[in-house]
Design a protein. Sequence first.
Length: 98
Amino acid sequence: MASISITWHTMKDDRVCPVCQALEGFTWTFEAGKKQLSGSLVHPSLGVVWDMTSGSQAHGHRGNCRCNITYIVSLSDLVERIKTIRTMLLEMIPEGGK
């Protein structure tokens, strides 16, 4: 299934606050056709922690947070789906290709 995974990262030093430390390594996964990616990342117990337009919202940093997010896009089944569709289409074409 095509998906995007977004992971929270801190600087991993003594200046990292307790809230961001709790978020270190937390990953949100959004699968195509299921959970929709919205304009913010919501942690189950901490609420909105990242806004796509203004960055970190974790406990009021609002632009001063040193944390960041990374993302991984997975298209793992896309090639197989395309092959299946291609096979189905080829089976629908009569002999001689017309």
